[in-house]
Structure formats: structure tokens, C-alpha cells
Design a protein around this ligand. Structure first.
Ligand SMILES: [Fe+2]
Length: 313
């Protein structure tokens, strides 16, 4: 069995990875250390701050009534619309007073074990750059708008904040079992593309991948194409997903406390021993055990998805 040589419960320093633990080969820029942190946040010029403001205004047209109440409350608590890209130091002070989290600048995608280490220590690594006007509608690599606007408001929710820390802790275990793909799927279907059924019965979005762009907010919560299925952690960790298009399936939680307990109380050692290295279920599948809220028509996917001219209905 693979091992991480450091104790799984000491999160104070980075783990020494055993040679047989796979990590994506990312080339570390010369100016960052082993923690991959930028020495300082980028200084944004007026046009970059204007891009933030325009992205912010566009989302605020769409999110009320579709974004989770906890997300909208978080935007408000941190006053992320005060103008321009938020300054990480000040934002971290305010966030830390609420839930003990801070936001730290990184140059790009960072290695998994470093990402998990920051989360386990309640630090959220956020992209330092902001997209250009040319890539205003869609960028593949997460920028500061996706990372801060999309992710940080949810870190003001005490239960979700604890879930994110537990996710970081769970990461090293997944690496030891070589089951990062399964744990990554859980992140994808919760932190990035999660939906919640609020007390009113409304389906709202809390995932950053949905909330940081204009199209998927409406598609995820209202369209007839995608499946909406109540979240079951075991099932989700066996399910494939789409990286660069709208999701064929969304998983819905009943509360952040339910998400936290389903994850933290799960025996991941047992689960990883029983999981195959590849996914069992297709991203559009509905299976016998599913508690289905809406069985999608999959029209958008069947007509070819992104680039085909298919309407996201
Ligand atoms: Fe993200």
C-alpha cells in the first residue's frame, strides 16, 4: 500500500510524498517556495479592477433567487462588491473573524498535496490573476474572480468552512490509496457544482463553478436537461463528470450539516479499499438507488453541448 511518510493527522507541515504517490507534474515558478504562495498579491491596474466590477455586476443580475442564501449572506458579510478586486489581507481579516479562514495568493493551479495542506490549515489558495476582456465569458484556469467571488463567500458559513477543512485533511488519505480521482469527484459535485434544497423547497446553487459564471446558474437550477439527484457521497465518488461544459447531473444537499456529516462520518479507508480506480457511473446516468428530484431530458447533451449551438434548456 502507498504511504505518506508523515502522520496523517499532523497538518502543520507539508507531507513528504512517497515515490509511489502520484502527483500531477506541475512546474513550480522560480519565485515561489514549497508552499507555492506568492510573496504578495498582484497589484491590479484600473482596467483589471473594472473587469472585476463588470463581472460582479453581471452575476448580481442573475444570482438573487438562484444562489444559496448562505452564499448571498457571505457576499454581504465580506462586502465583496465594494469596488475592484478585493485586497486579500483585509478580506482575510474579516473572514478570519467569522470562521478562522484566510485567502492566500497563488500563481496558478497548485499541486494536490499543497492545495490539501492549505485547506487543512484553513487557508484558501486563490488565483492571483484576473481574466481579460477576451476571455470575459469563459476561462479554463481559475482566476481571482472564480476563486474569490465563487468560493470565498461560502467560507463565511461555519459548517461549510469546517467541511472545506475536512476535505483538505481527507486529501492526503486519498493520495495514499491512489484514489484522488474519487475524492476529486466529490469536490466537483459539491464545492464546484453543488446545489442545495433550502427550507423553502427552492433549489439553489452553492458551487463556485456555477456561481462565478452567468449561464450555468440558470441551467443548473431551472433547465429541464440536467438530472438533479440528492447527494449520496458513495455514489458521487463513483461518478464521472464533464470538465469544460455544463453538467449533465447535479447533486443536491439538504443542508451543509448533512454534507459535513455524510463526509466526516464516512469510513474512507473502507470506501477506498472498495472503489475501483476508474469511475463506475457515467455523468448522465440515473441509477436504482438515486433519490431523484428531477430526471433530466439531457436535450442539451444529446444535441452536442458546447460549441454545437444547442440551447442550454
Ligand atoms: Fe474552483
Amino acid at each position: 500500500m502507498n504511504t505518506i511518510t508523515q502522520s496523517e493527522t499532523d497538518y502543520s507541515k507539508l507531507p513528504d510524498l512517497a515515490a509511489n504517490v502520484f502527483t500531477a507534474p506541475l512546474k513550480k515558478p522560480a519565485h515561489v517556495g514549497d508552499d507555492w504562495l506568492e510573496p504578495a498579491q498582484h497589484v491590479y491596474v484600473a482596467e483589471e479592477n473594472a473587469i472585476w466590477d463588470d463581472l460582479f455586476a453581471r452575476q448580481m443580475e442573475i444570482l438573487p433567487g438562484r444562489a444559496a442564501s448562505a452564499f448571498m449572506a457571505g457576499l454581504d458579510k465580506l462586502d465583496l462588491g465594494r469596488g475592484g478586486v478585493p485586497e486579500f489581507g483585509k478580506m482575510s481579516e474579516e473572514l478570519s473573524a467569522l470562521t478562522g479562514w484566510s485567502v492566500v495568493p497563488v500563481p496558478m493551479l497548485i499541486p494536490d498535496h499543497v492545495f490539501f495542506w492549505h485547506l487543512a490549515n484553513r487557508r484558501f489558495p486563490a488565483g492571483n490573476f484576473i481574466r481579460s476582456r477576451e476571455t470575459f465569458d469563459y476561462i479554463q484556469e481559475p482566476d481571482v474572480f472564480h476563486d474569490v467571488f465563487g468560493h470565498v463567500p461560502m467560507l463565511t458559513d461555519p459548517v461549510f468552512a469546517d467541511y472545506m477543512q475536512e476535505y483538505g485533511r481527507a486529501g492526503w488519505k486519498a493520495m495514499r490509496y491512489n484514489r484522488l480521482k474519487a475524492l476529486g469527484s466529490l469536490y466537483w459535485y459539491t464545492v464546484e457544482f453543488g446545489l442545495i434544497q433550502e427550507a423553502s423547497g427552492d433549489i439553489r446553487a452553492y458551487g463556485a463553478g456555477i456561481l462565478s459564471g452567468p449561464m450555468e446558474v440558470v441551467f443548473a437550477t431551472e433547465a429541464r436537461s440536467p438530472n438533479r439527484i440528492m447527494l449520496n457521497v458513495d455514489r458521487v465518488m463513483r461518478t464521472d463528470y464533464v470538465i469544460s461544459d455544463l453538467q449533465p447531473t447535479y447533486f443536491v444537499i439538504e443542508s451543509f450539516a448533512d454534507l459535513y456529516h455524510q463526509t466526516v462520518e464516512r469510513d474512507f479507508d473502507r470506501l477506498y479499499r472498495n472503489l475501483s480506480p476508474s469511475f463506475t457511473y457515467a455523468h448522465s446516468a440515473v441509477i436504482d438507488v438515486d433519490d431523484v428530484l428531477h430526471r433530466g431530458t439531457q436535450e442539451y447533451l444529446l444535441r452536442g453541448g458546447r460549441g454545437s449551438g444547442a440551447e442550454p434548456v
